[in-house]
Design a protein around this ligand. Structure first.
Ligand SMILES: [Zn+2]
Length: 158
């Protein structure tokens, strides 16, 4: 087995780690996972870029990466956090956006284009209002739909 194959296999394991704040998405979906390298001596280095600096999920994600790799037999794991370039919601996959919406969270619009109406994940209405710019977490705004009256979270574009 080449080192290339091994690191992509490890990358698949790590990419499947679920984001603790958005359990329907993995860190692969979010673009949080930036890369995996395996040294000749078997030590694994995982590079991640956290979503929002205010999100407390980072420590949990690091622990989950280490434990999933330990379970697969990789004992020496280092998780490196890279803050530059900063994470953007544009790194989120299209598939992830659809699953987010199905889960009841309005997905982010394109980064830097906040003017778009936020579409209600329940009834697809575009008449929605911000209740609080910070919802259940700093990553999300609490919104309410003017048509079906359902409150929902909007994953904010950054
Ligand atoms: Zn609605």
């Amino acid at each position: 087995m080449t080192t290339q194959t091994l690191s992509s296999r490890i990358e698949d394991l790590v990419a499947a780690v679920v984001d603790p704040e958005v359990p329907v998405l993995t860190i692969g979906d979010l673009g949080v996972l930036r890369g995996v390298t395996v040294a000749a001596d078997g030590a694994v280095a995982v590079t991640i870029t956290p979503t929002y600096s205010g999100c407390p999920a980072l420590g949990v994600i690091e622990e989950d990466i280490v434990s999933v790799l330990k379970a697969a037999g990789y004992e020496r794991v280092a998780v490196n956090t890279v803050l530059s370039p900063p994470w953007t919601t544009d790194w989120m996959t299209d598939d992830a956006r659809h699953r987010l919406n199905d889960y009841g969270i309005a997905p982010p619009g394109p980064a830097g284009a906040d003017a778009e109406p936020v579409v209600c994940p329940q009834c697809s209405a575009t008449k929605t209002t911000v209740v609080s710019p910070f919802g259940s977490t700093a990553c999300k705004a609490l919104m309410v739909c003017e048509v079906c009256r359902e409150p929902f979270d909007h994953f904010k574009a950054i």
